[in-house]
Design a protein around this ligand. Structure first.
Ligand SMILES: [Zn+2]
Length: 169
C-alpha cells in the first residue's frame, strides 16, 4: 500500500486512517492530501504550512494538535528515541546538565531498574538523594547502553517525541 502525498521520503511509517483526511498547504499555493499522522509530521516540519479539513471531519484539528507535540522531522527518531540533549534543543531549553541531573534522568528513564544495582540504591539515585559513585555511573551507563561520557552529557535516550508521559517500552 502506498503512502499519502505528505509523507517525507525518509519516513517509513505507515499512514494512519484515510490518506485524504486533511489537506496541508504552503503559502506558495502548493498543497497535498494527507493522513492525519503524516499531515501532522509535515505541519511540524514546515512551520509555514497550514492544515484544512478534507475528507475526515475533525482530522485537521487532530493533525494540528499532534503537530504541536512533535519536533520537526519527527521521522529521524522513529528507530531511536531522542536523547535528552536533543529533547532540550527541541524544547528550546537552555540545559547544561549537571552530573546529578543526568543520573536522575537516566535512572528514571530506566524505571529505577539498573542492572547490578539494588532497587533501593536506584531509587535513591533516581530521586537525587545520594550522589552516584563511579561504580554507579558505569552500571547505569551499561544498562542504558551508552558510555559514561554520554551518560554525563545527557546523550542518552530521553522521552519519545509526542509522548507527554513515560511509555511502557
Ligand atoms: Zn500518511
Amino acid at each position: 500500500m502506498s503512502a499519502c502525498e505528505a509523507i517525507h521520503p525518509e519516513d517509513r511509517t505507515a499512514c494512519e486512517g484515510p490518506q485524504d483526511a486533511v489537506r496541508v498547504s504552503d503559502p506558495s499555493g502548493g498543497s497535498v492530501l494527507a493522513c492525519v499522522h503524516h499531515g501532522a509530521r509535515i505541519l511540524a516540519t514546515v512551520t509555514v504550512a497550514t492544515v484544512a479539513p478534507a475528507e475526515v471531519p475533525g482530522a485537521a484539528i487532530d493533525a494540528y494538535r499532534r503537530a504541536r507535540q512533535m519536533p520537526p522531522c519527527a521521522w529521524q527518531w522513529d528507530d531511536k528515541p531522542m536523547t535528552l540533549v536533543e529533547y532540550a534543543v527541541w524544547k528550546g531549553i537552555e540545559w547544561d546538565p549537571t552530573r546529578a541531573e543526568c543520573v536522575r534522568d537516566a535512572v528514571v528513564r530506566l524505571h529505577f531498574k539498573v542492572d547490578g544495582m539494588s532497587d533501593e540504591r536506584a531509587f535513591h539515585l533516581g530521586t537525587s538523594q545520594i550522589e552516584a559513585t563511579d561504580t554507579d555511573l558505569s552500571l547505569i551507563a551499561d544498562t542504558l547502553g551508552v558510555t559514561v561520557e554520554q551518560l554525563l552529557g545527557g546523550d542518552f535516550p530521553g522521552p519519545r517525541p509526542g509522548n507527554t508521559t513515560e511509555g511502557t517500552d
